[in-house]
Design a protein. Structure first.
Length: 487
């Protein structure tokens, strides 16, 4: 497998080719797992690759890795060893993600995941199950706010700071997997959350939503009132488009910046430094606060180690429509999600790093196809920005579900030059890739069905049982335009 590094806004391999990754999140957020929850065996990896997927954001939790303070779960780690080994065999890259949602499951007292119970200091605030959706603990849960505050302050548990123990955990993982050819990198914390600072954000957010509905000129209030009276939920929600959401979120930017700069950035620098003590390999992924998923500006500076900018770092934004995790997600509005991602593109340009969209999608069971038009718009958006991406998420048998008709698509894998543009025209069943190169090179393209390619010689690197293939196209210096017609 080629080693992947960062070059400004793009990933490149050891041959100097621009790399793009298509993948899925595969998570184990279960409590007290003795081994990774899914059996990612040879059959899985064969099927995974046949659909053109070459990237896994492998979500694990602190709780499962260190259920007892200072004692790592060797049985669990052996199951990860097997996944890394097979990923290497089949050329699939792994981003190791330390996942959390509302900080911790607190021994099963809430629906969260992440930190073990011994690392969740709640100051007596009692965890509870959600009232509305799983995430309401972020907004109303004092036990969540307290736990995050203690973590960001690196408060002691049995004489050692929480962040220090977290860094030790990452050092162990980096030492174990840092030399694996399958390693893409390290996602240090899923959707970090500010803790008690969020209370001011939430109050201001509710206030500005009310003001926007009453006064924002971009909202057609007559249409909104009519749709409410008619109980036309889709029309009501469509009155609130992406530009309106950003008008609301801009008022939270300063509060978010305080967290990003004073809490999140020092944590990223510290944890990255711990990893770099044991390995120089692996790209460090910077995420954004959970609240930034809906368009609040992310303000953390680039990661540094000992005052020097970390050379291997990327940005991993997440975004879903505002109705995610509710039955109303079927009314997802692409203009809203693309507005959120446009704000995240601004962050990419500010940081000058490549992007892997860490999470997108969110279909509840991966069988519903009614939201595919929305999803196709997002895939086209990612292509326009030249972003790699990982769909959320895998449910154990998805290689046989309709979701694969969405994710399995013709796309560039390794491009021997600087990409100008690429995309798939679904009406014409035509894929186009245009790029500039300063020398001869080999470009790899995954093609999801039988095809014709005129004007270029190609060889088939891999043929799959589902009719897809990975092809190699040799190109000369200068501008190349490769067009593939799907039969």
């Amino acid at each position: 497998m080629e080693k992947i590094i960062c070059d400004n806004l793009r990933f490149i391999d050891s041959k100097g080719r621009t790399r793009l990754f298509n993948g899925m999140n595969i998570d184990d957020k279960l409590l007290d797992s003795e081994g990774f929850r899914y059996n990612l065996d040879e059959e899985f990896f064969k099927g995974f690759c046949s659909f053109g997927l070459d990237f896994i954001r492998l979500a694990v939790t602190w709780q499962n890795l260190e259920p007892k303070m200072g004692k790592y779960n060797e049985n669990y780690l052996k199951s990860l060893d097997s996944i890394f080994s097979l990923a290497e065999k089949y050329g699939v890259y792994i981003l190791l993600d330390m996942h959390q949602d509302i900080y911790s499951a607190n021994g099963g007292k809430c629906v969260g995941d992440g930190a073990p119970e011994w690392a969740a200091i709640t100051d007596g605030a009692k965890p509870r199950m959600p009232i509305f959706v799983w995430a309401d603990g972020y907004f109303f849960g004092k036990w969540v706010h307290n736990a995050f505050d203690h973590f960001w302050n690196n408060d002691y548990v049995r004489g050692v700071g929480l962040q220090d123990r977290y860094c030790d955990l990452w050092k162990m993982l980096a030492e174990r997997y840092g030399n694996s050819p399958a390693l893409f990198g390290f996602d240090l914390m899923n959707e970090p959350f500010p803790g008690s600072q969020s209370r001011k954000m939430f109050i201001k957010l509710v206030s500005n939503i009310a003001k926007a509905i009453l006064f924002n000129e971009k909202i057609d209030r007559k249409k909104m009132v009519t749709s409410v009276i008619k109980r036309d939920t889709a029309s009501t929600l469509n009155c609130i488009k992406g530009d309106v959401i950003r008008d609301v979120m801009v008022h939270i930017d300063d509060l978010e910046a305080d967290f990003d700069i004073n809490k999140y950035s020092p944590f990223m620098n510290k944890t990255t430094a711990a990893i770099r003590e044991v390995t120089d390999n692996g790209i460090i992924m910077m995420e954004q606060c959970y609240l930034c998923n809906s368009g609040i500006k992310q303000s953390a500076p680039p990661i540094t180690v000992n005052g020097e900018r970390e050379p291997l770092q990327c940005f991993g934004p997440h975004s879903y429509d505002i109705m995610v995790d509710t039955p109303l997600y079927k009314y997802a509005n692409s203009s809203r999600v693309k507005a959120f991602f446009n704000e995240m593109h601004n962050t990419q340009l500010r940081l000058n790093v490549p992007v892997v969209v860490g999470e997108w999608g969110g279909c509840s069971d991966n069988t519903d196809t009614s939201w595919f038009p929305h999803a196709y718009e997002l895939l086209d958006f990612f292509d326009e920005k030249q972003w790699s991406h990982a769909y959320w998420d895998y449910h154990g048998d998805d290689l046989e579900k309709p979701i694969m008709t969405l994710l399995c698509r013709t796309h560039p894998v390794a491009v021997a030059g600087d990409i100008i543009c690429y995309g798939y025209d679904r009406d014409k069943d035509e894929f186009t890739l245009k790029f500039n190169a300063d020398k001869e090179g080999e470009t790899l393209i995954y093609v999801h069905k039988p095809f014709t390619l005129d004007g270029y010689e190609y060889t088939t690197v891999e043929s799959y049982d589902n009719g897809s293939s990975l092809i190699s196209v040799d190109t000369k210096p200068g501008e190349s335009t490769i067009k593939i017609n799907i039969n």
